[in-house]
Design a protein around this ligand. Structure first.
Ligand SMILES: [Zn+2]
Length: 135
C-alpha cells in the first residue's frame, strides 16, 4: 500500500465507476473487456473502440504497465493541491493494452519505465491506484 497524505482531494464514485473502486479497495485493478470482440478497454470506456459494441464486462488486470508520457505538476491547479506539489501524473500503458491516466510516484520518470499499481486507501473517499517503478 502506498503511503499518501490524506490531503489528496477525495475521490467520489458514481454508479459507472463503482466496480473499479470496489476492486481498488481490495488492492485489485480492473479494466473493461468487450463481450463482442474481446478487446481490452480502459475502465472509463462505455463503447468498444474496435467494434462499437456497448456490452462491456469488468475483468481483472495484472496491475503492471509502462510509462508512455508524464508531466510533473509544480504549480498547484487549486488550493487543494498546494501542499501536494510537486507530483507526477502520466499515461500508463497497461500490459493488457489499455492506457490509464494515473498518478505516478517515482523520482525518475522515463519513457517505457516499467510500473506497478499500488493502492491508496485514504481515510476519506475511494481507494485508487498509484503507479510506482516496478522492482
Ligand atoms: Zn468490441
Amino acid at each position: 500500500m502506498t503511503e499518501t497524505p490524506d490531503a489528496w482531494p477525495a475521490i467520489q464514485r458514481d454508479t459507472k465507476s463503482a466496480p473499479f473502486f470496489d476492486a481498488a479497495a481490495r488492492d485489485e485493478l480492473v479494466i473493461k473487456r468487450c463481450t463482442g470482440c474481446g478487446q481490452a478497454l480502459p475502465p472509463e470506456a462505455l463503447v468498444c473502440t474496435t467494434c462499437a459494441g456497448t456490452a462491456l464486462d469488468w475483468i481483472p488486470a495484472e496491475g503492471s504497465g509502462t510509462l508512455l508520457t508524464w508531466t510533473t505538476v509544480h504549480r498547484a491547479p487549486n488550493r487543494a493541491y498546494t501542499d501536494l506539489v510537486p507530483y507526477t501524473v502520466g499515461i500508463v500503458e497497461l500490459s493488457e493494452g489499455p492506457w490509464l491516466y494515473a498518478r505516478v510516484d517515482t523520482a525518475r520518470p522515463s519513457p517505457d519505465l516499467p510500473l506497478r499499481a499500488e493502492f491508496v486507501h485514504p481515510g476519506d473517499g475511494e481507494s485508487y491506484p498509484v503507479f510506482t517503478a516496478a522492482e
